[in-house]
Design a protein around this ligand. Structure first.
Ligand code: CO8
Length: 261
């Protein structure tokens, strides 16, 4: 649909930001399309999502500078909220989302990658938060998620200098989990997503929720979140099947439907 394509490949959903003429820059319409695509994903059938950008050159080269150049204060704040709302929806999406960063991930592009569960990239990828060079702050979560991912010192250096970093440096600081030759990125992203999709889906969802929600609170509260989500796995088809098959030495078949767990 519009600026964002969606395709289901078995239990993996592939979301492609498709505005290559502007290096997939995010204007309000792209954000609206991205939201609509995520809202439309069949969460009973899909167990992992991969997000990437169309073309050879760019994941997302940021928020659309043309659109932003004429915004008032109120419009700027509303645009920031729109991006934050969509990215928070992706971050809290019940099933895992992998960013397959296939080129520039600048400003809003790096922020989109950072709201995903984790990032892998191609060897031509480039990351950065160039906002202060444009007279604004990162506004789609960059001042928050970058510090949480790579630590405040490195995040502040990247944000204050507006310097771009290459794939190998992104790997070194822990912004991405792996770097692949450009031609092999998507194959590896789909393989990784397929591996996640083959695991017990309720357990995978509960792991995502436990890690995300646990990181937002102190350890005493965090372990209680874990206990509840651990307990919630018992008596599910997946737990019975997974443990039963271990004991009988068969291969488990995780269930696809979530209405009756
Ligand atoms: N916005 C709009 N158009 C863009 C953007 C962008 N972010 N990036 C690239 N484009 C367009 C170019 O204008 C160009 O269009 P045209 O062909 O019509 O001139 C086309 O894409 C191709 O780009 P280039 O010719 O520049 O390609 P190069 O290979 O020479 O350069 C770069 C690639 C280095 C990525 C370069 O395009 C660039 O520096 N782009 C801008 C990167 C940037 O600064 N991104 C951050 C934007 S700010 C942001 O994301 C803030 C997020 C939070 C917002 C909160 C709102 C309140």
């Amino acid at each position: 649909m519009g600026f964002v394509n969606y395709e289901a490949q078995g239990a993996v959903g592939l979301v492609t930001i498709n505005r290559p003429e502007a290096l997939n820059a995010l204007n309000p319409q792209v954000l609206a399309d991205l939201k609509a695509v995520f809202e439309g994903i069949d969460q009973n059938a899909i167990r992992c999502v991969v997000v990437t950008g169309a073309g050879e050159k760019s994941f997302v080269a940021g928020a659309d500078i043309g659109s932003m150049s004429v915004m008032t204060k109120a419009e700027g704040e509303a645009f920031g909220k729109m991006g934050n709302d969509v990215f928070r929806m992706i971050e809290t999406f019940p099933i895992p989302v992998i960013a397959a960063v296939n080129g520039f991930a600048l400003g809003g592009g790096n922020e989109l990658a950072m709201c995903c569960d984790f990032r892998i990239c191609s060897d031509n990828a480039m990351f950065g938060q160039p906002e202060v060079g444009l007279g604004i702050t990162p506004g789609f979560g960059g001042t928050q998620r970058l510090a949480r991912l790579v630590g405040p010192g490195m995040a502040k250096q990247l944000v204050y200098t507006a310097a771009n970093i290459k794939a190998d440096e992104a790997l070194r600081i822990g912004l991405v989990n792996a770097v692949y030759p450009q031609a092999e990125l998507m194959e590896n992203a789909m393989k990784l997503a397929g591996k996640i999709a083959r695991n017990a889906p309720i357990a995978v969802r509960n792991c995502k929720k436990a890690i995300n929600e646990g990181l937002e609170v102190g350890m005493d509260e965090a372990v209680v979140i874990e206990e509840k989500l651990f307990g919630a796995c018992f008596e599910t088809h997946d737990q019975k099947e997974g443990m039963g098959c271990f004991l009988s030495k068969e291969k488990p078949k995780p269930k696809a439907v979530f209405t009756n767990n």
